[in-house]
Design a protein around this ligand. Structure first.
Ligand code: ADP
Ligand code: ZN
Length: 431
């Protein structure tokens, strides 16, 4: 059973729908300053698009295009048609703003509701949104989707674990939306308070908004006593609700009636072979206020080949391994922060938080990993600590092929941010 029949559309019907919507989207785009000059220069019109694959006739849109035409350059409707804006959290530089018409808000809420239904949430369930509200789409985006599905929605916002716990208990919350790094932190908080997580009513956590490994998901599930589902989205494509795991937890269905999805080789711009990892590129098909064509997300993933057991026909994306621009080059080796997380989270001695620091020693770039250690292992015996430090160093070296400095710190001693976790700190520019 699906929330909407479109989730099970046969591929041919899905592609026909995509084509129809792509034509309409191109026509809308021609009303914006940015696309009318870009598509106009190429002489492209809706008639040139007769299959989803014709999308390759279009140039890519990049984050710099959005910044360069900030704030209104991509708007396609008269100003009085817009009812909301959001801005990306600016993880990697100047933020970009996305403007929504009422139609856009409505169709976005429908996509989010679909995702929530797919994990098993149902009308009448109580749902607590533990992510920040405001310009960040994880607040209102999830909120409107939850209301659309008919969930009793608790807009808790981020942080303040004591209050979160009170709300979870008082209202017998069934499901939450929470950023994975905060979920891990919340697990430590529950332990500290002596709370058995299985005494809570919750069964579902939607986790997303930042990269995290399968190891981190496993920990979240174990420590919080619930099932955690990966949820992917980005402001440029509305926000959450772009791709989501169903109850099978076997990759994230990306809603292909609302987006055309491509995976390209970031260097050549060509499509990679089916199943290969590359950069995710997305086109909106249902947006009227600010459609975006072939947006280079910089997120790395792949299509999971084959059909899902749930029988939804929309393809699945694999866990995002990071952004193309997350990659660190240390001593000639390419390192992604998620490799570090994967190694750390698989070690029982390691607690829930870590940070990677880059610094210079002479002319050489060096990597330091500060690792929180669980209380039971943070002992006074120097020999035990040194041997643990060596063990972690070796495990990391096997994974990233560089020997990092490893610093063991007490659990809960690395500062937490309210929103997305800061996993990499670059100290190299400092005098
Ligand atoms: P910013 O780009 O400033 O962080 P957004 O809030 O729009 O602003 O964040 C979207 C980005 O967050 C995505 O492009 C992706 O890098 C990351 N992200 C979101 N959800 C996930 C997820 N489930 N797994 C990995 N990364 C994610
Ligand atoms: Zn499925």
């Amino acid at each position: 059973m699906y929330y909407e029949a479109a989730e099970g559309l046969a591929r041919e019907s899905l592609e026909r729908l995509q084509t129809e919507r792509l034509k309409r989207t191109i026509a809308t785009c021609l009303r914006s300053q940015f696309y009318s000059s870009r598509l106009g220069a190429l002489g492209l019109s809706p008639d040139d698009f007769n299959s989803p694959d014709d999308i390759r006739k279009l140039p890519f849109t990049t984050k710099d295009d959005l910044r360069g035409n900030y704030p209104y350059g991509l708007l396609c409707q008269p100003m009085d048609q817009y009812v909301r804006l959001h801005a990306s959290s600016g993880t990697t530089g100047t933020p970009t703003a996305i403007f929504y018409t009422q139609n856009d808000i409505d169709s976005w809420a429908g996509l989010v509701a679909r995702c929530m239904y797919a994990v098993g949430l149902r009308k009448g369930d109580v749902f607590q949104n533990m992510s920040g509200y405001g310009l960040f789409t994880g607040g209102l985006g999830i909120h409107y989707g939850a209301e659309r599905l008919g969930l009793l929605t608790v807009p808790a916002g981020a942080g303040n674990s004591k209050r979160q716990l009170k709300l979870l208990r008082d209202f017998h919350v069934d499901g939450v939306h929470i950023i994975p790094s905060y979920a891990l932190h919340f697990a430590s908080f529950l332990k500290q308070e002596g709370i058995d997580p299985t005494s809570l009513n919750w069964r579902f956590a939607l986790i997303g908004a930042e990269p995290h490994t399968e190891e981190a998901r496993q920990r979240i599930q174990e420590l919080l006593g619930l099932k955690a589902y990966n949820s992917y989205g980005l402001t440029e494509m509305n926000g959450p609700g772009v791709a989501f795991e169903c109850e099978k937890q076997a990759g994230m269905h990306v809603w292909e009636d609302a987006y055309i999805v491509e995976i390209i080789n970031p260097d050549t711009g060509e499509h990679v072979a089916e199943g290969e990892v590359g950069e995710l590129v997305m086109t909106t098909l249902c947006r009227t206020g600010m459609p975006i064509l072939r947006y280079r997300t910089r997120d790395l993933t792949r299509f999971i080949p084959g059909a899902c057991e749930c029988s939804r026909t929309h393809r699945r994306l694999d866990r995002i391994t990071g952004r193309a621009d997350d990659m660190l080059i240390i001593k000639g080796c390419n390192i992604y922060p998620m490799q570090v997380e994967q190694a750390l989270m698989s070690m029982p001695e390691v607690a829930q938080n870590y940070v990677i620091e880059l610094f210079k020693e002479g002319e050489m770039d060096q990597l330091r990993v500060k690792v929180e250690i669980k209380e039971d292992y943070f002992v006074e015996d120097m020999r035990a600590l040194t041997s643990l430090q060596k063990k972690i160093t070796a495990r990391l070296r096997d994974e990233i092929l560089v020997t990092p400095r490893v610093e063991l710190v007490q659990h809960d001693s690395i500062p937490k941010s309210e929103g997305k976790a800061v996993r990499v700190v670059d100290l190299r520019e400092k005098p």
